[in-house]
Design a protein around this ligand. Structure first.
Ligand SMILES: NC(=O)c1ccc[n+]([C@@H]2O[C@H](COP(=O)([O-])OP(=O)(O)OC[C@H]3O[C@@H](n4cnc5c(N)ncnc54)[C@H](O)[C@@H]3O)[C@@H](O)[C@H]2O)c1
Length: 377
């Protein structure tokens, strides 16, 4: 999110907290802002209006409670938390404080998915009947902290990547999933968490969706996006296999975690992301089958495969990546609008992710109870 914050005039970076000294020093050098060792200290700062919580998954609930306790608005990274109880507490704490909470970034903020939803909601192509989403990546072989390979601590593809893909599917389908049947794969003993899943989601109105993810992949589904990667950038095909090779060189869990820290903000190998991407960000292949057309969100817009013609509904190239997140946050904080990706919405996405894990464990279909509809446009 940092490049988006820097490029957006609505955001001023005034303070930051991180236990890592190198991150604090870099923040002070980059932004001249105040730095703190603890989030408590950061949240006590009167000049801070909004806190962006981008800490490890298992800390989100506690950090949001601290921020809300000091009446700060919150942007909290996905997944919202690890349990539905934590989500309910987070929602309560921001309500009590009278502040806003937006959960993201998730790729359901990306303009092509929002545009596809608008087309569906307009009724122009008839009812949506089926959504097919799949994404093949090398997710599991990127450098990780040990907790990221432990499902109990929010690790694995379902918590990390389901938070994107399920959010997209729910957004396109209107939000209310009735039940989930799923299988997960944990195929690599050296990385003992789920790296893959396949889920069948039944919505309340008869719509159904399949969400398939492999973080073990050698095949890269960005091939279907014209070799435009998740961040909207053109992919370097010569980099094939680079992630696995780098991990093999790391050799141990400790060295791997050090590698991750080195690439983190302030670390020796930190390289700032580019503020603007060539095209829109995306999360793999998605097709929405409607009565009169198939819709396919792409990094360039939405392909509409109708009865008589197939055409691209183009979207202008984004000026700044993830600007959509700041639009929603700003509308919530400055104008009091209810965010699409608020606490109730994100809790419902987590409910689906937890149901994927449970269904895979128990071999059963899981009925859902906390689903929400998209707010009216
Ligand atoms: N939306 C996306 O596309 C996307 C991409 C990557 C990561 N994420 C999310 O960002 C979050 C962080 O993931 P990551 O991979 O960047 O992890 P990371 O380990 O690289 O970074 C976590 C940061 O939190 C800091 N931290 C740890 N404990 C802290 C504490 N008690 N107080 C303050 N700071 C603390 C660490 O020092 C580090 O700077 C996760 O929720 C992850 O899912 C989202």
């Amino acid at each position: 999110m940092l490049p988006s914050f820097i490029a957006d005039r609505r955001v001023e970076l005034v303070a930051a907290a991180d236990p890592r000294d190198e991150a604090r020093r870099r923040f002070a050098a980059d932004f001249g802002g105040r730095t703190c060792e603890s989030i408590e200290e950061l949240c006590a700062d009167k000049s801070v209006e909004v806190v962006y919580v981008a800490t490890p998954h298992q800390l989100h609930a506690r950090h949001v409670a601290i921020a809300a306790g000091q009446r700060k608005h919150v942007l909290v990274e996905k997944p919202m938390a690890l349990t539905l109880e934590q989500c309910a507490e987070m929602i309560q704490s921001v309500r009590r404080a009278g502040v806003q909470m937006v959960v993201g970034h998730s790729h359901s903020f990306d303009a092509p998915y929002r545009r596809a939803r608008e087309i569906v909601a307009s009724g122009a192509v008839g009812k949506p009947r089926m959504i097919s989403a799949f994404n093949f990546t090398d997710f599991l072989y990127r450098p990780r902290r040990p907790e990221e390979l432990d499902t109990a601590q929010g690790g694995g593809a379902v918590f990390s990547q389901g938070a994107h893909q399920i959010d997209i599917v729910r957004l396109l389908g209107g939000g209310r999933v009735k039940s989930v049947r799923a299988a997960t794969g944990a195929w690599d003993r050296s990385r003992p968490t789920e790296g893959a899943y396949a889920a069948l989601l039944s919505f309340e109105d008869g719509l159904f969706a399949t969400a398939v993810y492999s973080g073990y992949a050698h095949f890269d589904s960005d091939e279907f996006a014209g070799w435009i990667g998740e961040m909207g950038q053109r992919k370097d095909l010569a980099a094939y296999g680079k992630v696995r090779k780098a991990l093999a060189r790391a050799g141990s869990a400790q060295r791997e975690a050090e590698l991750k820290v080195a690439r983190n903000y302030g670390g020796a190998e930190y390289a700032p992301a580019k503020p603007s991407a060539a095209l829109h960000q995306h999360f793999g292949e998605v097709v929405v089958s409607c009565e009169h057309a198939d819709l396919r969100p792409l990094p360039t817009g939405v392909m509409i495969y109708g009865d008589g013609e197939a055409r691209l509904d183009p979207l202008p190239t984004p000026k700044v990546s993830r600007e959509e997140v700041i639009d929603e946050l700003y509308a919530a904080v400055a104008q009091g609008h209810k965010p699409v990706h608020g606490g109730d919405w994100a809790m419902a996405t987590l409910e689906v992710c937890l149901a994927i894990l449970k269904s895979a464990r128990d071999g059963s279909e899981i009925a859902l109870k906390h689903q929400t509809s998209l707010p009216a446009p």
